[in-house]
Ligand binder design. Structure first.
Ligand code: SF4
Ligand code: SF4
Length: 377
């Protein structure tokens, strides 16, 4: 199925690296960011372009294993491998990298990365309460001062408000595309939802990205076509981030007949939950909304369950699949509570898949996915 707005989006985003290099040549600064807790509005307010850096490719893992333990999560190894090989154009273009103390593996990898790239570490609290918010706001203030010094700019309320408005427009546009999958049957496959969210996070011109996404929402929203039959089991995929290159499980589920209607992770739907209150004090609004994000590094992590309940109902999910990268202790341990919640509170079937980026276990996973989906039919 082809939509001209999606083709146009792909043509423009195929040029993401080139467009970033052109912007750099014109003097624009680039801020590389890893986790969802790094406020992209701060980079926008400093007149810089924020780009996403989390590694989603298997190719760079081999190099990373010359330094990092093989048992580490593939996302961390992939990210670090890109730095060792100097093979990621977005990392190469970054004037500074902003990272957060999320999981143990990631923050220790960042210490090694700091030997190769200028970095700013945000010390992320692991609880979501009032003292943590005050502390987090101070972290954002330090980041703001650092950008001011580094880029020779002044970031005031006006700059922050305009950055918030720009990022909110982008999120609204991305949300309007991701929400198309609420329709039964979904007009977009999970692979398409994942690819659109992935490509959109590398467009250097945020207004352009929003425009392209708005066009997709309009065109696809008006069409009655779907790649699925109405009886295809609708899967809500939760857990670790997934992007182009680490999409094995999304593809596998759909190859086995499921329709992945929502990807509840920080590379997809969590992004559009970051809508910032435009009328509040900008720094407080940013700190409080970002701190609320339900990554498994939070302890406890109540928002994950609240969001899961909302998403399962809004996307009319028939089942929940929890994806965990091998070596990821936080998501792996949390999976037990998520399973209990999904089965006992949402009354939905649940499956946890633990894997990495390599294709080695594809056949084995396929057998499990087929048996799970068969049970739903
Ligand atoms: S799941 Fe958490 S630690 Fe992992 S990339 Fe997302 S925000 Fe970072
Ligand atoms: S998937 Fe788990 S181990 Fe990997 S970066 Fe995210 S929280 Fe850390």
């Amino acid at each position: 199925m082809s939509h001209s707005s999606i083709e146009r989006f792909k043509t423009v985003t195929d040029r993401n690296v080139l467009a970033l290099q052109e912007a750099k040549q014109a003097g624009v600064k680039v801020v590389g960011q890893y986790c969802i807790y790094s406020p992209l509005e701060m980079a926008l307010a400093a007149g810089a372009v924020p780009v996403s850096l989390c590694g989603t490719k298997n190719d760079s893992i081999f190099s990373a294993e010359s330094i990092l333990p093989r048992s580490l999560c593939p996302l961390i190894k992939s990210s670090f491998g890109f730095a060792l090989e100097d093979s990621c154009p977005y990392l190469a273009a970054s004037d500074i990298v902003v990272a957060d103390t999320t999981c143990d593996g990631k923050k220790k990898m960042f210490e090694l990365l700091a030997e190769r790239k200028p970095m700013f570490m945000l010390q992320l609290p692991q609880i979501q309460n009032a003292p943590a918010l005050e502390y987090w706001k101070e972290q954002y203030e330090s980041l703001m001062r650092h950008f001011e010094q580094l880029f020779g700019v002044v970031i005031g309320e006006k700059e922050l408000r305009s950055a918030i408005a720009k990022a909110n427009r982008f999120r609204r546009a991305l949300k309007s595309v991701l929400d198309l999958a609420r329709k039964k049957p979904s007009p977009l496959s999970g692979m398409e939802l994942m690819e659109i969210a992935h490509r959109a996070s590398f467009v250097p011109d945020w207004d352009k990205a929003a425009e392209l996404l708005e066009d997709i929402a309009r065109e696809v929203g008006a069409s009655n076509e779907s790649p699925f039959s109405a009886s295809a089991p609708r899967v809500l995929l939760t857990g670790v981030p997934v992007g182009l290159g680490s999409h094995k499980v999304v593809k596998l589920l759909e190859d086995c007949g499921a329709s992945v209607v929502c990807l509840d992770n920080c590379s997809c739907y969590k992004k559009v939950r970051l809508m910032i209150d435009e009328s509040a004090d900008p720094l407080t609004a940013l700190a409080s909304r970002y701190l609320d994000m339900p990554c498994a590094v939070m302890s406890p992590n109540p928002n994950r369950y609240a969001y899961l309940e909302e998403l399962a109902s809004e996307f009319r999910a028939d089942a929940v699949v929890d994806l965990t990268w091998q070596g990821c202790q936080t998501y792996d341990v949390e999976s037990w509570s998520v399973k209990k919640f999904v089965r006992e509170k949402l009354h939905l079937p649940f499956l946890q898949i633990v894997t990495d980026y390599s294709p080695a276990d594809t056949e084995q996973l396929k057998v499990r996915a087929e048996a799970f989906l068969e049970m739903l039919r």
